[in-house]
Design a protein around this ligand. Structure first.
Ligand code: ATP
Ligand code: MG
Length: 426
């Protein structure tokens, strides 16, 4: 097949059984969000480029990985690389900040995201994220609720080997002090660092710690740690987060090096990574608190907290943990039509469908044997067999595939009989 007719690099087709599996996961996620009081929001897949390319964001995602294009009206648009900024844009655009009684506004989203990255296992160019945002309240207990929701979903998917890494970036004052300390510390090492890190040193030295190229370089090991630059308020905040996690029985590991890839985080940041993770595409969900983003879009100085979860990664992990099995397709009834019976077979099929059963029939004039095989493959619990006699007398032969019993019913008794068999009292 010519390359131009194949999947673009880093994308995937989801076929029948994949989709069944994904829907199951999506349903679990929606149920959990409902329990925690998060409502779904659906924002466009593309936004004005400025929505993502905020002035204070020097992350790789924004500087290198965006799919941006000009539309016919000469606007620069970008396929969303992540969910948070579109949600904040919508939060402000719809003035959700207007009613303090409804804060924090708790929202979730799910859908495709796009990043121009080197495709590999667990890393795609079109991937799918589920994420939540709680906007308009700052409370260590809210941070913990957000984390708990991510943990609940992982548990329901049977994932036992996730490790929660947590850190604090402190408030602005603490972060400024830490930034300066990092700048001073890394200055003599600048010639050894990668080009990106030299840029980060200028723009946001915290992000040097997130570098995937330099992270094993010896100068990283003795770099200053955030903990030593936290003011009292920031320390107290973090302690409350940890205490609440303890109270909820959520295990965590404090990771001094965790700064997260995006630039807008403050205070609590976290990442859930498989215990035996190797390589660079391990984080299953990750997030933190952000200050300033709502204000940036014009909604006033409201804080937010949230996370993004990679659905490809969590589904793979759930399958590896044995917590998620492929769903086989199974139908209620299969209608076998033989001989010259016109539309009688389709009419019976329709009657069963109208009654709420999922029902399949044949359109290839296959032999009786082939149709029985098809009903078997679809795991039909009832087989309805129609021939010229049945069509003439407006009847149907019904076979209960569990008991192998077979009998004839009048067309008008068909639905009630199938219902009985499916309920198991026939
Ligand atoms: P990474 O360090 O793996 O590049 P990130 O910091 O860029 O992750 P976030 O922006 O925090 O990731 O996105 C949240 C989650 O989305 C990640 O934890 C991961 O599960 C998933 N994710 C991010 N990029 C990709 C991708 N290219 N393909 C598949 N999943 C991804
Ligand atoms: Mg990334």
């Amino acid at each position: 097949m010519a390359e131009k007719y194949q999947l673009p690099r880093g994308t995937q087709d989801f076929l029948g059984s994949d989709v069944r599996l994904w829907k199951k996961v999506e349903n679990i996620i929606a149920e959990e969000c409902d329990r925690y009081g998060y409502e779904e929001i659906r924002t466009p897949v593309f936004e004005h480029t400025e929505v993502f390319k905020t002035e204070n964001d020097s992350s790789d995602m924004v500087t290198k990985e965006m799919y941006s294009f000009e539309d016919n009206g000469k606007r620069s648009l970008t396929l969303r690389p992540e969910g948070t900024k579109g949600v904040i844009r919508a939060f402000v655009e719809h003035k959700m900040y207007g009613n303090p009684a409804e804060l924090p506004k708790k929202l979730y989203y799910m859908g495709p995201m796009f990043r121009y990255e080197r495709p590999q296992k667990g890393r795609y160019r079109q991937f799918h994220q589920f994420g939540i945002e709680a906007i308009g309240a700052k409370n260590p207990l809210l941070d913990v609720e957000v984390i708990a929701l991510g943990v609940s979903i992982s548990r329901r998917l049977g994932i036992k080997n996730l490790r929660l890494l947590i850190n604090t970036l402190g408030d602005e004052e603490s972060r400024n002090r830490y930034r300066q300390a990092l700048k001073d510390y890394f200055e003599p090492y600048l010639p050894q660092l990668c080009e990106d890190c030299r840029r980060r040193w200028e723009l946001n030295p915290l992000r040097i710690l997130d570098c995937k190229v330099d992270k094993d370089s010896p100068c990283f090991a003795s770099a200053p740690v955030m903990r030593d630059y936290l003011n009292e308020a920031s320390k107290e905040y973090f302690d409350k987060v940890l205490k609440a996690l303890d109270d909820l029985g959520i295990e965590y590991v404090i990771d001094d090096r965790l700064v997260r890839g995006l630039d807008y985080y403050s205070n609590t940041v976290f990442e859930a990574v498989p215990v035996d993770a190797q390589g660079q595409q391990a984080a299953v969900f990750a997030g933190g608190q952000y200050d300033g983003l709502v204000d940036y879009f014009g909604g006033g100085p409201l804080p937010g907290i949230g996370f993004g979860m990679g659905l490809e990664r969590i589904i793979t992990l759930a399958q590896e943990n044995g917590g998620l099995k492929e769903e086989e397709r199974a139908i209620d009834a299969y209608v076998i039509a033989m001989g010259e019976i016109g539309s009688y077979g389709l009419k019976i099929t329709q009657r069963l469908r109208d009654a709420g059963f999922n029902c399949e029939t044949d359109y290839q004039k296959r032999s009786l044997k082939a149709q029985f095989k098809a009903s078997d493959r679809l795991k039909a619990r009832v087989i309805v067999i129609l021939g010229e006699d049945e069509a003439a007398s407006q009847t149907a032969v019904i076979k209960n595939t569990a008991t192998r019993e077979q009998f004839t019913v009048k067309e008008d008794e068909l639905v009630a009989t199938v219902e009985k068999i499916l309920k198991g009292d026939n």
